[in-house]
Design a protein around this ligand. Structure first.
Ligand code: A2P
Length: 335
């Protein structure tokens, strides 16, 4: 739990954190979400000292309340939140709103959640203003001048080598990516390492059962007498320890505790997990991003391959995923 890495701003980040995406955004944003509150409060008691939330998760208020009621000092905790796609043109206002919802004096790491900006009529094309480079420059102004001291580090999330290299013409950043044995993102990690950029693996369990029930995980689980989730997280923390931080989410008290208990894996097992994505049909995003209302090959308005620079498929869930659940919930609330 005390294992940390140092970011290029000199800030230290605990390597194991708690992901706070609860599978559906809380609506409206000002509502205090009890599941998040309970999970974060319990997580802080267990020793998770790094929390990863986002304006788009709709639960910053609950995270902030859990921090205040945890008995921990703010300085003991590393807090990440993210700029939402519709806010690319209003970075300072969005940052201030996140600070207010979290009820905190500062953010340790502020990330651009996605490279895509959303305007009043939907997602903007990659070359429309604000481009992600312009948004990044606004984030730099925030960090260096406008909110100096209130944001300790800035970074990006969901950037490929293609888009990161465009950004690096103007900046040095801390990216966050989906990373697990089906999508290890090793090439991007090597690229970032060369540039002195630390990685955060989000959804390191692949958001659920698919990886955990893989035959390799079943075998390793019995070999080490540890649950499959522990094996995946041990790989995530040991594959290249100087480069990765990891933020699994669990609102289940037992799994929340289990996810802190990693085991030392043999090199051959680390290698087998690193190679798992090469098996036919496995190299894919497992995150619940896909939106049935978008054309195939498009994610949040951008072409997955050409514009986002992702070389793997993103699957639309048969049940429509969180976006379908959100529509159902909004309809049931008469919105
Ligand atoms: P739950 O919150 O009920 O534990 P990720 O961190 O990759 O996004 O994955 C989060 C998902 O994985 C959640 O649905 C969470 O459910 C589940 N999960 C978290 N930890 C474990 C674990 N150790 N074993 C199995 N499932 C887990």
């Amino acid at each position: 739990m005390t294992d940390t890495l140092t970011l290029n701003t000199g800030v230290t980040i605990p390597r194991l954190g708690l992901g706070c995406w609860m599978g559906i955004p809380v609506s409206p944003c000002s509502e205090v979400n009890d599941d998040t509150f309970q999970m974060v409060k319990r997580g802080l008691e267990l020793g998770y000292m790094h929390l990863d939330t986002a304006s788009g998760y709709g639960n910053e208020e609950s995270v902030g309340r859990a921090i205040r009621e945890s008995g921990k000092t703010r300085e003991e905790i590393f807090l990440t939140t993210k700029l939402n796609n519709p806010d690319h043109g209003r970075v300072r206002e969005a940052f201030d709103a996140s600070l207010a919802r979290l009820g905190t004096e500062y953010i340790d790491l502020y990330l651009m959640h996605w490279p895509q900006a959303i305007g009043p009529n939907g997602p903007l094309p990659p070359d429309a203003s604000p481009t992600f480079v312009e948004t990044w420059q606004a984030m730099e102004r925030l960090f260096l001048e406008e909110r100096k001291g209130k944001v300790k580090a800035i970074g990006v999330s969901n950037f490929s080598i293609q888009n990161l290299s465009k950004l690096l013409e103007v900046a040095k950043v801390v990216p966050a990516v989906e990373a697990h044995p089906f999508l290890p993102n090793t090439e991007l990690a090597e690229y970032c390492k060369e540039k002195g950029i630390v990685m955060t693996a989000y959804s390191p369990l692949g958001q659920g059962p698919l990886i955990l029930s893989d035959p390799l995980l079943t075998r390793l689980s019995s070999r080490y007498s540890r649950p499959a989730g522990s094996i995946v997280l041990s790989w995530a923390l040991q594959r290249d320890p100087g480069n990765w931080t990891v933020v699994p989410k669990s609102s289940n008290p037992e799994r929340l505790r289990q996810n802190l208990e990693t085991v030392t894996l043999e090199q051959e097992d680390l290698d087998a997990l690193s190679a798992l994505h090469k098996e036919p049909g496995k190299y894919t995003s497992l995150c619940d991003f896909g939106n049935a209302s978008e054309p195939a090959g498009v994610l949040f308005g951008w072409r997955i391959k050409e514009d986002l620079g992702f070389d793997y498929p993103i699957t639309v869930r048969e049940d429509g995923g969180w976006q379908a659940r959100m529509r159902e919930r909004d309809a049931s609330e008469g919105k």
